[in-house]
Design a binder for this molecule. Sequence first.
Ligand code: AMP
Ligand code: MG
Length: 304
Amino acid sequence: MAKRDRWIEPPASALRAGEGFSFDGFDAGATPGFDGEEKHAVKVMRRRGEDLADLQERLFADGRTGGHRSVLLVLQGMDTAGKGGIVRHVLGMVDPQGVTSRGFGRPTAEELEHHFLWRIERALPRAGRIGVFDRSHYEDVLVARVHDLVPRAEWEGRYDEINAWEARRVEEGTTIVKCALIVSLDEQLDRIEGRLARPDKHWKYDPADLDERAHWAEYRDAYEAIFRRTSTDGAPWHVIPANHKWYARLAITELLTSALESLDLTWPPASFDVDAEKERVAALRRASPDGRAITADGPAPPRP
Ligand code: AMP
Ligand code: MG
């Protein structure tokens, strides 16, 4: 990528996790791969957002003309990690008609009767769409593991199940972009304090969120495990230092845009004779030479 873009290493490689992932030495305030500050990020993001909007429209057009491809952005992170901000600021740059966003909370009674992937499968984006998961099937190896919601033997088996399930989705044409937003404990507490100080944010606050902070060490282990065990070539994890919201948004914009670029989407060719259609337009214009409004009954009748 060109230096003027200020990415000195693309986030797809700078942020990629793998088998050897460890939080030791991880800095949630870092900005890997990006040589710039917030003011630069804002500009780069706006420019890349235009590319993203164009690519999203191509994807949508592809889906409308028989294409089977879709893109799924999986967002994981603790409360206050900024998942909602990603949806607003990154996906907010594209036509909302092409995006389906879905949040996953505590499973309903009906969902609990099914396999943990049942509700996930039903929420997959259709062809031509960008789907966003605000939390996902990974909760079933995060909160489920930290709180022993199912026996260990059961969640242990889920890593392989997830890998196999994602591999099938990729085979069917879904590009999966997995992003985990990691915020330091201090920053999490600052953000929670911020919410408590603002009556307009109280609706987002859940006293249980604070209890989860007491389990932060276990969550770290659980996150480490997903990065080590479910970062596959087909669906790799990107671990995003997210203390700086501007960096997380910029990085995900770049990850999503480059994922769409890799699809090599071309505009679908016309399914009609373009010249013949142009001629029909010209004929209609001739029928109403003085440019009077076309009424619901068709072109206005010629003047007597
Ligand atoms: P929020 O994102 O603020 O709506 O919170 C959603 C809550 O639902 C979080 O506390 C998640 O940990 C919880 N949650 C999401 N998926 C699951 C799951 N599969 N099992 C149990 N809890 C879940
Ligand atoms: Mg919440």
